[in-house]
Design a binder for this molecule. Structure first.
Ligand code: SF4
Length: 432
């Protein structure tokens, strides 16, 4: 068997660099002119209310436009872009993101079909011991070009091609992947088995530390990684982020399930010298050893509260509200210990004895701890996921006077960390 081949190309120009990455691996050689080609970017979320730095969080618009143009120039005209973005606050979030990023120009210029999977049809797909609702446009495409970004992930360690396909599921199935009995990392790697992924391209203009959301820290990386072999592509992407397969549970699992025994040394790398681009960045937030709070809280002297670290049962909806919740908790700290509070979340965390107030973050934690005798004063923060007003209300009942303005200030700070002169340019995220 010939060794898998992965291209690693330095990003200089959207069209030329991407074309080089694709050509080095003959990425389009199996495509036929009549193929319906689905491009699956990572457009997990956007925020239209507060400043949102998309660097390393979502696929860049400039590379998306370049990919469509490359396909068009090569004679492929049935092109669909599809994504099931996180739409907890806005039903048509996908369409809003397409508009924000100027993807409507791709519709006008190249006849690309823009599909918000959340507003389209899904079909139940059998994966043996479970089934998932997968976007019909993905299942029935002739070829899929998987187009993730180069990011770490606080639950999956890295989120590259294999993980990006979770964005083909409807919301219920995404939540199902955060199963209480079967770890997330043994669920989503199966999605690819039922999808015609012909090419994976990792948009590595930026790399994201402590991803997957905008609360992580992005670095300019200027790389494009491509392969017809989805596993090899992810292995190389993970390596660039500083992770070996052994450290990434879902890649280990994928290799085991698919009986893949080649190592990164067996992968033929075309283009850049891989080792010059490997730089380890952290995938997760550090917590205290006794699992009572993020290390950052401890350093600030926060006490009187035990916030149990999120686990893999916490789905993306609650994950997206978890960081805002932490910022709100911080805003309530005025130098005095809190009133002996515990906070639990997700589908597995059982509240412990000895706390005067127990905050149950999200419907799952509320349901699981409904009759928990350990709890003295339960404070259910309901919602799937909970909204800001409910979080602020709930924390107030536990004696935490939070200030939403501090959260807004934090979001402005996060955005202002990135400067245009350092290569963080919002124009990369808009087709003009
Ligand atoms: S409450 Fe949170 S963890 Fe539970 S299903 Fe909803 S989003 Fe997921």
């Amino acid at each position: 068997m010939s060794s898998p081949c992965v291209s690693v190309v330095r990003y200089k120009d959207p069209y030329d660099s991407l074309k080089e990455a694709i050509d080095l691996i003959n990425g389009l050689e199996d495509f036929h002119p009549q193929d319906r080609i689905l491009i699956k970017p990572n457009l997990v979320a956007w925020d239209f209310d507060l400043p949102f730095p998309p660097y390393g969080v979502v696929t860049t618009a400039v590379l998306m436009e370049a990919l469509v143009k490359i396909l068009h120039d090569a004679g492929f005209h049935h092109i669909i872009i599809g994504e099931a973005t996180l739409n907890i606050h806005k039903k048509d979030m996908g369409l809003a993101i397409y508009k924000q990023m100027g993807f409507d120009k791709l519709e006008q210029r190249y006849g690309v079909e823009l599909v918000d999977f959340n507003l389209d049809e899904f079909e139940d797909v059998d994966f043996g011991d479970f089934s998932l609702s997968v976007a019909k446009k993905a299942v029935h495409a002739d070829k899929i070009i998987n187009f993730p970004v180069l990011k770490t992930h606080n639950q999956a360690t890295v989120s590259l091609g294999i993980k990006n396909l979770k964005g083909c599921l409807n919301r219920k199935s995404k939540m199902f992947c955060h199963h209480k009995d079967r770890d997330l990392n043994y669920m989503f790697p199966h999605i690819i088995e039922k999808l015609p992924v012909a090419l994976t391209i990792i948009d590595g203009i930026f790399a994201l530390e402590k991803g997957p959301a905008q609360t992580g820290k992005a670095y300019r990386k200027d790389l494009i990684v491509a392969s017809k072999d989805p596993f090899a592509c992810d292995v190389v992407g993970a390596k660039i982020l500083g992770y070996d397969v052994d450290e990434v549970e879902h890649l280990k699992y994928f290799a085991k399930v698919h009986k893949i025994d080649y190592k990164i040394e067996d992968v033929e790398i075309k283009g850049e010298d891989l080792k010059t681009h490997i730089e380890r960045i952290e995938s997760d937030w550090e917590w205290t050893e006794d699992n009572t709070m993020p290390m950052g809280f401890k350093k600030r002297g926060i006490s009187g509260i035990a916030i149990r670290k999120y686990d893999n049962t916490l789905c993306t909806g609650c994950s997206m509200m978890y960081n805002p919740m932490l910022i709100l908790v911080m805003s309530a700290f005025k130098g005095e210990p809190f009133k002996n509070v515990e906070l639990v979340s997700g589908k597995k965390q059982i509240a412990s004895k000895g706390y005067d107030y127990t905050v149950l973050f999200g419907n799952c934690a509320c349901k699981l701890n409904k009759d928990n005798p350990n709890i003295k004063t339960p404070i259910p923060i309901k919602g799937c996921p909970p909204k800001f007003d409910k979080i602020i209300e709930g924390l107030k009942l536990a004696g935490l006077e939070c200030n939403y303005k501090d959260y807004e200030a934090y979001r402005h700070y996060i955005f202002s960390r990135y400067k245009k002169q350092d290569g963080f340019d919002m124009e990369l995220y808009c087709i003009t």
